[in-house]
Design a protein around this ligand. Sequence first.
Ligand code: SF4
Length: 63
Amino acid sequence: MAKVVVNQAKCVKEPEPLCVNLCPVSVFQVKKNTKALVVHEERCIMCRTCQVNCPGQAIEIIG
Ligand code: SF4
């Protein structure tokens, strides 16, 4: 299974993290109340779209 490592300090959260819309299998969600980035790692198909496109270089896919 893939490991999705997100460096929260580097995450560009505004207006919304890019990965939320880019990921084809909805690995990433933003909690409405806290704006925390929730990662459903078990869904990842390792396409690396998020890693390549993250403006903060905050994501590393390992697997
Ligand atoms: S590698 Fe692809 S499937 Fe996995 S979290 Fe990133 S965008 Fe989603």
